[in-house]
Write a protein of this length. Structure first.
Length: 244
């Protein structure tokens, strides 16, 4: 399957036409800027919840589909200038198009990621705004919410799952306990690939793990080290992994 592009004035969408029949369906907000506004989806009664985070992801219910809409938002000092605007350097270099293509590549490899549905990019002269839509993982919780009750086996599975992505060459620059989801059957999923990339093996793998450790310390200060040790054991015990 290939991804399809649709352009209307300064609005551009890259989408999977097996999951989104067409971007201008009557049930959806008017194609364009409205897609970036959670209120436009809410006005149509399509928002059924939200998730914490900088982008304030919205959970959408459209016919039989369950989707997640995540607008791109800046953090840090630059957010004081603009939280939503990014410098335009070409459509394929926008954060939306890059994450959509990367998520699709990981999905096609059979890695546990939510299926990408669409990304929308709206250009405003030298800048743009964007959002990403993925399928929602039903009955799942962030690892951050499961830490207090997480079993050694679950934490080892977290490590083994991370190793699968690392072996595929994924450098996840924001590997944290909110970007790891646990489904009802304790399957581990990885989400949010903004600014991530595929690259040759290197020191970035340990940087990812160190980032996760800091996240565990934030969400579970007293049990972080023990949890991290179990994650690392699972990581190094994954099939095909050389011993430490």
């Amino acid at each position: 399957m290939t991804l399809t592009t649709y352009h209307h004035r300064d609005s551009h969408i890259l989408y999977d036409d097996t999951r989104l029949a067409q971007p201008d369906l009557p049930i959806l907000p008017a194609f364009g800027e409205a897609w970036l506004d959670p209120a436009a989806w809410a006005e149509r009664g399509l928002v059924v919840g939200s998730a914490p985070g900088r982008g304030a992801s919205q959970f959408l219910e459209i016919d039989e589909h369950q989707w997640v809409l995540r607008p791109y938002r800046r953090g840090g000092m630059v957010a004081k200038v603009s939280r939503a605007d990014y410098l335009w350097t070409g459509l394929e270099r926008t954060r939306g198009f890059r994450e959509m293509r990367l998520t699709r590549a990981l999905f096609e490899q059979g890695l546990p990621v939510p299926a990408p549905v669409a990304t929308l990019v709206v250009r405003h002269g030298p800048s743009y705004r964007a959002a990403l839509i993925t399928e929602r993982l039903a009955n799942s919780q962030a690892l951050a919410e499961r830490l207090a009750e997480a079993s050694p086996a679950l934490l080892a599975d977290v490590g083994a799952t991370i190793r699968r992505f690392h072996d595929a060459g994924l450098d996840h620059v924001d590997l944290n306990a909110r970007n790891l989801l646990v489904s009802a059957d304790d399957k581990i999923w990885l989400i949010d690939f903004d600014r991530c990339r595929l690259r040759p093996q290197g020191a970035w793998r340990q940087r990812n793990l160190s980032r996760l450790k800091r996240s565990l310390e934030r969400f579970s200060p007293t049990g972080a080290q023990a949890s991290y040790d179990l994650v690392v054991e699972g990581y190094h015990g994954a099939p095909g992994t050389p011993s430490r």
